[in-house]
Design a protein around this ligand. Structure first.
Ligand code: TXA
Ligand code: MG
Length: 317
C-alpha cells in the first residue's frame, strides 16, 4: 500500500525517499502536492512524466521557512512584507532566482524567476525540515484534472507512480495557493487562491493588480484555459439541473433536484465551499451524470478562487 498515515516514522521515511530522488505525495493546507527534490533534474523530470504535465509549465518550490527561501530567491522589499504577513501559509511568491540557485532549470522551465511557497500544514512542515532540501510540488493530480484534496484522490490519479502517499486527512483550504509576482514594486496576482485579494490589501495596504496577459501565453504558464477539469461537461450559472445532469449547489436557495447533487455549503460559507470543491467535482463526475450544472457563486473573497477553478473546469477542452 502506498498510502501511509502521516506518523513521525512515515514522515522520516518519506524524507529519505525524497532525498533519494523518489516521488512522495504529501498534504498541504491547500491541496495535496506531488513532491520531488527540486535540485535533482531526474526527480523533477519524473514529476512531469507522472502528471503528464507540459514541460513549459514551471513548478513551485516548497521550503520550511523564509530563511530557506532566501537561499534560492531574492526577496524584494515587497516580497519581505508579503512573506512576513503570510508565511507560513497559502501564498506563493514569484521571485528573482539567486545567482547560485540550485533548483533544476527544468523545475523553473528555464525562467529567471522561481515560485516559492512556505506551507503551514504541520505534516508538510515536518517533511520539509526532515528532508532539508527544496521540494518542488505541483498539485498531486493528472495534468489538467481536478486537484486532489485527500490521499485516496491522489491514489486514484497517481497511485502507480509515487513511492509513498502521506495521508494527513482532507486539505483544510481545498483550493491552491494564491500566486503573486513580487519581483516588482507592486504585487501582481497571477493566480487567485486561498489568500484573498482582500487579505493582501489588508496586510500591505495595496491591491494586487491582475495579470492581463493573453491566456495562451500567461505569466503563470499553468494558467491555461482548460484545467481542473472533470470528465463531465460543466455548465456554469445554472438556475437548475436538467434531467440526467448532476447539480453542484451553493447556499440556502438550492433548487430541488432528484439526480446526484452536492451542496458546497448549505449555509453559503465560501470557506466551506472551497474546502469541498474538488471532492464534490470528483464525486459528481463519478455519478454517471451527463454533465454537471453549477449554481452561481458570489465572486468576492474566496469566491474569486472558486469561480476561477470552475471557469477553467467548464472551458472547452
Ligand atoms: O497550493 C499550491 O500551490 C499547490 C500545493 C501542492 O502547494 N501547488 C500547486 O502547484 O498548485 P501547480 O504546479 O499545480 O501550480 C503551480 C503554478 C502553475 O500555474 C505555474 O505556472 C506557476 O505556479 N508558476 C511556477 N513557477 C512560476 C514562475 N517562475 N513564474 C510564474 N508562474 C509560475
Ligand atoms: Mg495544479
Amino acid at each position: 500500500m502506498t498510502i501511509r498515515p502521516a506518523t513521525p516514522e512515515a514522515i522520516a521515511s518519506a524524507a529519505r525517499l525524497l532525498r533519494d530522488g523518489q516521488l512522495v505525495a504529501f498534504p498541504t493546507e491547500t491541496v495535496y502536492g506531488l513532491g520531488a527534490d527540486a535540485t535533482n533534474g531526474r526527480a523533477v523530470a519524473a514529476i512531469y512524466e507522472a502528471k503528464g504535465r507540459p514541460r513549459f509549465n514551471p513548478l513551485i518550490v516548497h521550503v520550511a521557512d523564509v530563511a530557506s527561501a532566501r537561499r534560492f530567491a531574492v526577496l524584494s522589499p515587497l516580497a519581505e512584507r508579503l512573506a512576513a504577513a503570510f508565511w507560513p501559509g497559502p501564498l506563493t511568491l514569484v521571485l528573482q532566482k539567486q545567482a547560485d540557485c540550485s533548483v533544476s532549470d527544468l523545475a523553473t522551465a528555464g525562467l529567471d524567476t522561481v515560485a516559492i511557497r512556505v506551507p503551514s500544514e504541520p505534516v508538510a512542515q515536518a517533511l520539509l525540515r526532515a528532508a532539508d532540501i527544496p521540494v518542488v510540488a505541483p498539485s498531486a493530480n493528472r495534468s489538467g484534472h481536478v486537484s486532489a484534496t485527500s490521499a485516496p484522490h491522489v491514489d486514484e490519479d497517481l497511485g502507480g507512480s509515487v513511492a509513498m502517499i502521506l495521508d494527513g486527512g482532507p486539505s483544510s483550504h481545498g483550493v491552491e495557493s494564491t500566486i503573486v509576482d513580487a519581483t516588482g514594486l507592486e504585487p501582481v496576482l497571477l493566480r487567485p487562491g486561498a489568500v484573498t485579494r482582500e487579505a493582501i490589501h489588508d496586510a500591505i495596504g495595496v491591491w494586487p493588480s491582475s495579470h492581463t496577459g493573453d491566456s495562451a501565453r500567461p505569466n503563470a504558464p499553468g494558467q491555461l484555459e482548460s484545467h481542473y477539469a472533470p470528465r463531465s461537461r460543466v455548465r456554469l450559472r445554472a438556475q437548475s439541473a436538467e434531467r440526467g445532469e448532476a447539480l453542484l449547489a451553493f447556499g440556502r436557495h438550492a433548487p430541488a433536484h432528484d439526480g446526484p447533487m452536492v451542496n458546497l455549503s448549505p449555509s453559503g460559507d465560501l470557506k466551506v465551499a472551497a474546502a469541498n470543491l474538488f471532492a464534490a467535482l470528483r464525486q459528481l463526475d463519478a455519478s454517471g451524470a451527463t454533465g454537471i450544472a453549477v449554481m452561481g457563486i458570489p465572486d468576492e473573497g474566496l469566491g474569486a478562487a472558486i469561480n476561477d477553478r470552475l471557469r477553467r473546469a467548464a472551458a472547452p477542452r
